[in-house]
Ligand binder design. Structure first.
Ligand SMILES: Cc1cc2nc3c(=O)[nH]c(=O)nc-3n(C[C@H](O)[C@H](O)[C@H](O)COP(=O)(O)O)c2cc1C
Length: 332
């Protein structure tokens, strides 16, 4: 599939429905195969991303085993996720993209926005905003298959004004999609997203790369908020939602509904079952990251704090099922 065919298919479908396309943001220790399937069951976005995976690790003899869980795609996943890669050396990306293509991935996204200090010390993630040459090398290194290569980034590293040079630089690379988390690295997620700059981003896109799809990310709670934001900023093609999914697992629902406790607990049970399935396949999995989701399903319930506390004490999926049964038996 050519660079643009993959993404045009997604954008065209959304355009026919007079809406932007929607994505679940890549989130480390969150958007693995299990959680992607849970979101797909609740209300699926158009696009899923994997957690970010280090490009070098994918083919490194000592590290590649550990990337198996991150890269695992379940045969039942539809659509397949886009793999997000991070790193700083073109040659590592060249090897990694060939490997992920072999594994069945159809599109690649490059992380140029991660604010984590360990990633920055590795001269990767948002550090690339300060090193255009490395960013160029990474993009070129990743373009060594026929898979489309997109970029997710922030406005700048320390100053907002950096977007005036950084964004045109990326657009001139004619990436099929540019996703912008509308904050700087230094702002982390501590200040409101800079929606006031979206129209300028659209203008830049129209000037430098009219074929590039512009996806906006940052503080967008759900589908309705995304529709509103896109209607206020014509020219925005895509909406990416991250943390909104922690508040509402049905964040991508087109018609918002009230969801009963039974439905939410059903989703939690589904996640526990999928996790057991995942581990039974011999893929390295960890129970602790699963716990971060428990609060998602019990929010708003009577005695939510106590239930959450009990869920956090669990050590196995069966322990968690016992807590669910206690909720259902009215023991809280
Ligand atoms: C737990 C967590 C993990 C994240 N991991 C990644 C990641 O692997 N790759 C990435 O590009 N961004 C990552 N992000 C950033 C999100 O993709 C997104 O840009 C950010 O949360 C802002 O969007 P939001 O306000 O909708 O959450 C992560 C964010 C969170 C909260």
């Amino acid at each position: 599939m050519t660079q643009s065919t993959y993404w045009n298919r997604i954008a065209d479908k959304a355009k026919k429905e007079h809406r932007p396309f929607f994505s679940l943001a890549p989130m480390e220790a969150v958007t693995g195969s299990v959680f992607r399937r849970v979101v797909a069951k609740a209300a699926a976005p158009d696009v899923f991303y994997t957690e970010f995976t280090n490009a070098l690790s994918i083919t490194h003899p000592l590290a590649k085993e550990a990337t198996k869980g991150r890269l695992y795609i379940d045969p039942k996943e539809n659509p397949k996720p886009i793999v997000q890669l991070w790193g700083n050396k073109g040659e590592n990306f060249t090897k990694a993209v060939k490997e992920v293509k072999k594994q069945g991935y159809e599109a690649i996204d490059l992380n140029m926005g991660c604010p984590d200090i360990a990633v920055i010390k590795n001269h990767s993630g948002s550090d690339l905003i300060r090193h255009f040459d490395t960013a160029k090398e990474v993009i070129e290194g990743a373009r060594q298959t026929d898979l489309p290569v997109t970029v997710k980034t922030r406005l700048g590293y320390s100053e907002i004004e950096e977007f005036e040079t950084w964004i045109p630089f990326l657009l001139k690379k004619q990436v099929p999609v540019l996703t912008v988390h509308v904050r700087t690295r230094e702002e982390m997620s501590k200040v409101p997203a800079h929606y006031e700059l979206i129209d300028q981003l659209v203008q830049m896109r129209d000037t430098y790369a009219p074929d590039t799809l512009l996806q906006i990310n940052g503080d967008i709670a759900d589908y309705q908020a995304g529709i509103k934001l896109a209607s206020e900023h014509p020219g925005v093609d895509g909406i990416m939602i991250g943390r909104g999914i922690f508040t509402n697992p049905f964040a991508f629902e087109k018609e918002p509904k009230v969801h009963s406790s039974e439905e939410l607990l059903g989703l939690l049970r589904y996640q526990l079952d999928l996790y057991d399935e995942f581990v039974a396949k011999g893929i390295p999995g960890h129970f602790a990251p699963l716990q971060r989701f428990f609060k998602v399903y019990v929010r708003g319930m009577k005695h939510a704090a106590e239930i959450r506390n009990d869920l956090m004490q669990t050590k196995t999926t069966d322990d968690a099922r016992v807590v669910i049964e206690r909720i259902e038996n009215g023991e809280y």
